[in-house]
Design a protein around this ligand. Structure first.
Ligand code: ATP
Ligand code: MG
Length: 503
């Protein structure tokens, strides 16, 4: 990515947009590029507080009267020597007609000179007039080498400490996904907290990282204690997942296997889609990051939603290998309440950038998406090759219902021999896993209110008094099945049930 920046600078691209919240690192990178090139260029930095100041100079060395964006851009036009002009946080001003015009005039006048304007801000905000002239670069988060510098500095400051290579490596990996400042902070905090130089520090760094990621509000670390055993049925899907549990190892690469990209689990509500996505994290031993698409959307400013998505994906990539869990993909890309037109095209743009990312990503981020309304899902998602596999999770078969009863009863009582699981499975025809669980809970409440232990009959009564979703929403469920039968792979090893069941 820094190379890309270097190339743009060398190739004399007059306007570069650098999306980053790490100003210091980015400035340093630019300063380095400016020196590296045969044509030595001076670097200037503009802020709304100080106007234009030469990079590395004290703030008093400001070019007077360049606080206003227009004046600052005009100043760059007047310069005769080669230079790189970094504008920090111009984004609130860039939509003003005057600023846009000044920028266009400036870059036109830069032709044949060695002058470049770099817009640097955490958000991408580009007026249409400028779109064709700007090259956008995402400034990457620090890699292991850069983090190693941070850690080394930290260790030098605290001379007493020595760490093994192994712990060092773990500490570095644990901080992947953080900015330079953030990693400094977590190392300092871990140092204060940990009494000894043990793995404890790694844990502290990891948990700090989770906190920081949580704070960005779009990605969330999910900790799931359940294993695949907590999922009843869905044997085909489980087998598929089990076969791929070492898919992200070096060994798999050497064997010649491609890196799995992702899977889409389609299905009837309440049948364990989200549950299975979460348990995969334990099975594969990878962290699980949930991407909340609802929070990606931000109508407050054009471009903000895209920036949110890009940042989230960047963070996910930097903590990879990881699972990226996108629940209810259909809702996310239907753009909330409206169609693509009603939100100014934001959802279709978001959708486009997500697809591009999926297509081009080389980092080991496995996307686990779930959906239950295919008609709301853009067709591009379902095209072969986008996801490694498209699974359809149907209502559980009688055998599967038995397994689900077994799981949920065992969770609540250590001895469940008094329940006849086969009978329960029989009477709960058309029930989803979630509804089975609900029936057990309802039966328990009933008995609890009467101050006694719950029984088989309580559960049966609860089942009888419930109208399952598969009956209240028959049409929708049938449509989904008809669609999925042709196109998706069944998650359950027995498909007999769904062929038999008719409403
Ligand atoms: N196959 C199953 N085995 C065990 N429990 C299940 C199963 N299916 C559903 N459940 C129970 O129901 C709960 C809800 O299921 P889950 O959230 O995974 O459904 P979902 O398919 O994601 O539904 P939705 O489409 O509404 O999001 C689970 O947390 C679990 O307790
Ligand atoms: Mg779900």
């Amino acid at each position: 990515m820094k190379e890309e920046l270097n190339i743009l600078v060398q190739a004399q691209y007059p306007l570069i947009y650098l999306v980053t919240s790490e100003e210091e690192r980015a400035e340093q990178a630019i300063a380095k590029i400016a020196q590296m090139n045969t044509q030595h260029r001076r670097v200037y930095v503009w802020t709304v507080t100080h106007g234009i100041v030469e990079y590395g100079q004290p703030r008093q060395a400001t070019q007077h009267n360049t606080v206003s964006p227009e004046a600052a851009i005009e100043w760059t036009v007047r310069q005769r020597e080669a230079g790189i002009y970094i504008f920090k946080d111009l984004h609130p001003f860039i939509t003003s007609a005057a600023v846009t015009r000044w920028l266009r005039d400036a870059i036109a006048s830069f032709k044949g000179t060695e002058k470049i304007i770099v817009l640097m801000s955490p958000y991408q905000e580009i007026p249409i007039e400028l779109e064709k002239d700007v090259s956008v670069i995402d400034f990457p988060l620090p890699d292991l080498t850069e983090l190693n510098q941070v850690l080394t500095q930290h260790l030098e400051k605290n001379k007493t400490r020595r760490i093994t290579t192994e712990v060092r490596e773990k500490l570095l990996k644990a901080a992947l996904g953080l900015t330079k400042d953030e990693s400094e902070k977590v190392y300092r905090k871990a140092y204060v907290k940990a009494s000894k130089l043990t793995e404890e520090e790694v844990d502290i760094v990891l948990s700090e990282k989770k906190q920081l990621i949580r704070r960005n509000g779009i990605l969330e670390f999910i900790e799931e204690d359940e294993t695949l055993d907590a999922v009843g049925g869905l044997e085909e899907l489980k087998k598929w997942l089990q076969q791929r549990s070492n898919a992200f190892t070096e060994r798999a690469r050497e064997y010649g296997l491609p890196q799995p990209k992702g899977m889409l689990i389609l299905g009837v509500p309440g049948c364990g889609k989200s549950l299975i996505a979460k348990t995969t994290s334990r099975l594969w031993g990878l962290p699980l990051l949930r991407l909340d698409m609802g929070r990606v959307y931000d109508g407050s400013m054009v471009g903000r939603s895209e920036a949110n998505l890009r940042n989230a994906l960047k963070t996910a990539e930097s903590v990879s290998p990881t699972l990226l869990f996108i629940d209810e993909l259909d809702k996310a890309f239907a753009g909330g309440t409206g169609s693509a037109d009603s939100d100014g095209g934001t959802s279709s743009r978001i959708f486009g950038s997500f697809l591009t990312w999926m297509q081009e990503k080389t980092s080991p981020v496995f996307v686990m998406a779930t959906a239950n309304r295919i008609e709301r899902l853009p067709g591009e998602f379902l095209r072969k090759g986008r996801f490694d596999e498209l699974f359809f999770v149907d209502l559980p078969t009688p055998d599967e219902r038995q397994a689900i009863f077994n799981i949920h009863l065992s969770k609540r009582r250590s001895d469940i021999t008094r329940f006849d699981l086969e009978q329960l499975a029989k009477v709960s025809d058309g029930f989803s896993g979630a509804e089975i669980e609900q029936a057990i809970v309802a039966a328990m409440y009933e008995a609890f209110a009467q101050d006694r232990e719950f029984t088989q009959l309580d559960i049966i009564a609860a089942i009888k008094s419930t109208l399952p979703l598969s009956r209240t929403m028959t049409e929708q469920v049938t449509a989904l099945r008809d669609w999925a039968r042709q196109r998706a792979r069944p998650a359950s090893s027995s498909v007999a049930e769904y062929q038999r069941m008719e409403f």
